[in-house]
Design a protein around this ligand. Structure first.
Ligand code: 7RM
Length: 689
């Protein structure tokens, strides 16, 4: 099957073709103050210059992080990061204005913190285990090797005209080359924007255009679940409408040769021509590190901006404390690098901590539903981090798919992306973890940079409740608000989840549209960051996330704005308007349900039009965004000012039409019964089919 010599053949070639250099000498950061955050500091690494603070319990640290955040974060930053120049101010933030700045005046390089510091001390430590699609074909990459690859890619980017501040799109699945591409950008101060390799060429083009990328890094093909995906062809189609793109660097994942055009350069050949050393660019704490597009409730996906020091520190600290990582552990986060989870817990957090991070290329059911646990056994994975959608899929199979594999290496289980239901939680905890490993439900967002609410850290052995994120991380101050924008104090309350204090990992802006950033996150509740989620706080003060409060839906942990789907549908000449809502789905959590109004002339060939609509969404966005349900209606429920009332459509589609709530603001309440009837006809049709 698709496999070349792999990373080691590549590294051998690279070494033959140019001088090989081991990790360069590094000096510890200027400020040797250690905050021994937590019971177990990273032995060796962070213990460089250790002088523990008094007060070491999680409760005391938590208290400090709230009482004196500058002291807490200042010490953490000086302890955990290697700086070229110390910062002058811990923070300069104003949540009223949406101004977020951390470690002002500090200088550092993120790739140095993720690679050079570890390569200098322990060059042969394994940084990455690439768990390729075919079981048993994994490859290990040491810190020294990853540093070398990173430098070669960094130099290749320079040769192709990339300078500090330029944007580079990365359109490839998880692999060592992809990680080196991200870090290669960080090395020279370029800004990466990783685009999930499941997105269509139109979606890719939209992101490249918005970010004005100079270079795209991709590979000839992707390999997943035994299938080949022609990524290069998608890039070819996308860059046609992207005049800013001057070069496309193409890595070879398979033997398949793809047509190479004028813009294209084979990546490995280019890397072989470059030096294995690349002096790191000295970056300001607040220079941009990367942007990552994510869906909002309105408009096009937004390029969420993260910067250098604060993001890295927060990713590293949460990686250690939320998952109970300790030196030498093999950390297995199976997310793709196309999402924030891959950025923070496959790449930046684990590498900043000198961990061995697993790159999972396959699917939970390839070649069979035992894949995750067979991988856990073979790689001796200590922390396993996945999404509820995968768990819901796997629990349908015989328990023997889990039990036949040795899971004794596991110490922590973790979940992210959407609320985890009780059944999935219990199965993950009892069947996979044998009731032995803490299972942490981690709540966070692209915008938060890292985990904000999770059961850990907590006092040693503290209780974990099923299906609950529970406790805020250091420095996080959640607040729940009612509709009037008032804080809801105490327990037993539900409201809009906000955060009342800035933290280093939070997003800084939306690329090219800072006002949208301020409006979306800081205007709704002045002085607070608004998450878009609702939450419940129990009498004990534990948080349970109830889900999005806006028009964002969550399909298998993938965030999607219903407005994006509507925009795609409305492009069809026979569709004057449409409305999309999310409805529950047993495996995927939610799926899109589309209500479409068709032109009269199109009513005869409805079936064809609906098929075209599905294709349209797949080409404009991605396959996962294609609605599972299409319902043709004469008109949509609207307010007198012309706003579509999606709340009513959601109720209809969820079959809760008896509790439609207040429909008095509807322009014509008769529309409701029309739609309910259309829905019932649709139901009886699909039931027969
Ligand atoms: C990390 C990530 C963010 C949205 C967020 C929530 C939902 C994520 C949980 C969750 C309940 C969780 N980033 N979400 N984690 N809901 N419990 N543990 O997923 O930007 O892609 O999505 O996902 O609605 O706002 S994301």
């Amino acid at each position: 099957m698709a496999s070349r010599g792999g990373i080691h053949a590549l590294l051998r070639t690279l070494r033959r073709t140019s001088s090989y250099a081991a990790g360069r000498e590094i000096r510890p950061g200027p400020a040797c103050v250690l905050l021994r955050l937590g019971a177990r500091a990273l032995s060796g690494d962070a213990a460089l210059c250790s002088r523990p603070l008094s007060g070491e319990t999680h409760a005391e640290l938590l208290e400090l992080s709230h009482r004196d955040p500058d002291r807490f974060w200042g010490r953490a930053a000086r302890d955990r990061l290697t700086w070229d120049r110390d910062f002058e101010r811990v923070q300069d933030c104003d949540l009223q204005q949406g101004r977020i700045r951390w470690f002002v005046g500090g200088k550092l390089n993120v790739s140095v913190n993720c690679l050079d510091v570890h390569a200098a001390r322990d060059p042969n430590r394994v940084a990455l285990i690439w768990e390729k699609d075919e079981p048993g074909t994994e490859e290990r990459v040491t810190y020294r090797e990853l540093l070398e690859m990173t430098c070669r890619i960094a130099n290749t980017l320079k040769t192709h005209g990339v300078r500090k501040g330029d944007r580079v799109a990365i359109y490839m699945p998880v692999s060592p080359v992809a990680v080196a591409a991200m870090l290669g950008c960080a090395r020279i101060g370029a800004v990466h924007t990783v685009v999930f390799a499941g997105f269509s060429s139109d979606a890719l083009a939209g992101r490249i255009q918005d970010a004005q990328c100079k270079v795209v890094i991709t590979c000839n093909q992707g390999v997943r679940g035994g299938r080949l995906i022609n990524l290069k062809a998608t890039v070819d189609a996308a860059v046609k409408s992207c005049p800013t793109v001057k070069s496309v660097l193409v890595a070879q994942r398979t033997n398949h040769s793809v047509p190479m055009g004028e813009l294209d350069t084979p990546l490995e050949e280019a890397m072989a021509r470059e030096s294995a050393e690349c002096p790191p660019e000295v970056m300001d704490s607040e220079d941009m590190l990367f942007m990552l597009y994510t869906s909002g409730s309105t408009g096009k996906p937004k390029g969420i901006v993260h910067t250098q020091a604060g993001y890295l520190l927060y990713a590293a600290l949460t990686h250690q404390h939320v998952f109970d990582y300790s030196a030498g552990d093999v950390f297995g986060c199976v997310a793709d690098i196309g999402w924030i989870t891959g950025h923070s817990y496959v790449v930046y957090g684990p590498l900043a901590n000198g961990a061995t991070s697993v790159l999972f290329e396959s699917t939970p059911v390839y070649p069979d539903p035992g894949r995750y646990w067979e991988t856990v056994q073979r790689l001796r994975i200590n922390q396993f981090y996945t999404a509820p959608t995968a768990i819901r899929l796997l629990l349908k199979y015989e328990e023997s798919w889990v039990k036949r594999y040795d899971r004794s290496s596991l110490k922590t289980l973790a979940s992210v992306g959407e609320p985890i239901n009780n059944e999935a939680w219990e199965w993950f905890y009892h069947v996979v973890g044998e009731g032995r490993c803490p299972l942490v439900d981690t709540w966070w967002q692209t915008e938060t940079g890292g985990v904000c609410i999770a059961p850990r850290p907590a006092e040693e052995g503290a209780e974990i409740r099923p299906a609950m994120a529970m406790r805020p991380f250091y420095g996080i101050q959640p607040a729940l608000m009612n509709e009037k924008g008032q804080i809801l104090p105490g327990g037993g309350v539900s409201g809009a989840l906000c955060v009342g204090q800035p933290w280093p990992g939070m997003a800084r802006s939306i690329f090219g549209d800072h006002q949208r950033f301020v409006d979306a996150y800081f205007k709704p509740y002045p002085g607070y960051y608004f998450t878009g989620d609702g939450a419940h706080r129990t009498e004990e003060g534990y948080y349970q996330i109830t889900g999005r409060m806006d028009d964002v839906i969550n399909i298998s942990g993938h965030r999607l704005g219903t407005a994006e789907v509507e925009d795609a549908l409305d492009e069809h000449p026979d569709v004057p308007e449409s409305a999309v809502v999310g409805v529950s789905h047993e495996l995927k959590g939610e799926v899109p349900f589309a209500f479409v109004v068709l032109k009269e002339s199109a009513e005869e060939n409805q079936e064809d039009v609906l098929k075209e609509l599905g294709q349209l969404v797949a080409t404009k966005i991605a396959k996962y965004a294609v609605p599972d349900h299409f319902l043709v209606v004469k008109r949509l429920p609207k307010t007198r000012s012309g706003k579509i009332m999606r709340r009513i459509l959601r109720k209809v589609a969820m079959e809760k039409a008896d509790g439609l709530g207040d429909t008095s603001t509807l322009d014509d309440p008769a529309v409701v019964s029309e739609i309910v009837q259309a829905y019932q006809r649709y139901k009886s049709r699909t039931a027969k089919a």
